[in-house]
Design a protein around this ligand. Sequence first.
Ligand SMILES: Nc1ncnc2c1ncn2[C@@H]1O[C@H](COP(=O)(O)OP(=O)(O)O)[C@@H](O)[C@H]1O
Ligand SMILES: Nc1ccn([C@@H]2O[C@H](COP(=O)(O)OP(=O)(O)O)[C@@H](O)[C@H]2O)c(=O)n1
Ligand SMILES: [Mg+2]
Length: 235
Amino acid sequence: MWRRVASLSPLVSSSKSRILNQVGCGLNACQVFTTRVLNPAEGGVSDRRRNPFVTFVLGGPGSGKGTQCTKIVETFGLTHLSAGDLLRKEISSNSENGSMILNTIKEGKIVPSEVTVKLIKKAIETSENDRFLIDGFPRSEENRIAYERVIGAEPDIVLFFDCPEQEMVKRVLNRNQGRIDDNIDTVKERLKVFAELNLPVIKHYSKKGKLYKIDGTGSEDEIFERVRPVFAALR
Ligand SMILES: Nc1ncnc2c1ncn2[C@@H]1O[C@H](COP(=O)(O)OP(=O)(O)O)[C@@H](O)[C@H]1O
Ligand SMILES: Nc1ccn([C@@H]2O[C@H](COP(=O)(O)OP(=O)(O)O)[C@@H](O)[C@H]2O)c(=O)n1
Ligand SMILES: [Mg+2]
């Protein structure tokens, strides 16, 4: 089990993006992690996975969340749970919510928390691992509150990849993975939704001292060297 109380050096590189200014996170202090308290009324995750180590990975569309998660998995062995991938699997498995999820993703809006939290909970419970990267979640205060109620715990840490909008748009439009939402209209809407609904979540975790804001510009390897010390300090 990884340490839950750790003292880390300042890790956050600066960026002058609009998002950073909006969030205004004071991130130079050492981070102190607290052991989470499970909520017995909700049951939390099943017994075997009662107390997993959870990192939320946040950032706008195309900020590099998935790319960096892959590198974190390779180096540190966490299990990567992408909320978007879980939702896309629901669409392809023809579940009862498939068409609602597809339309929501096309429009760049947020799927109701009840649906997404259920998928995340199941993925945690069926995993052999006890350390998770939850990528692209929570995307709204509603997502965050639903997760904390159903799982009965807060995340241990939160990574936020801070990237200028212009760069995010460029990356999304070049992503080339055949995604229905990788078009200019949807990405514009997603940027609005990010600013309105996701930045408040980032602010929340910043206030709680759990946020690591990472400069999301530069090469994939350069960005990973900013991420590496966060996890290296926990081993
Ligand atoms: N540092 C980077 N520089 C240039 N392109 C990148 C970088 N990181 C990721 N990409 C590319 O940008 C696109 C979006 O990255 P991705 O990891 O899918 O972002 P997110 O999950 O935040 O939407 C992908 O095609 C990826 O290969
Ligand atoms: N917590 C989440 C995560 C994704 N989604 C939906 O899935 C879409 C794609 O999410 P994603 O995380 O795969 O997208 P990227 O940020 O990786 O481009 C979002 O725009 C939402 O429509 C959601 O509704 N709720
Ligand atoms: Mg992604």
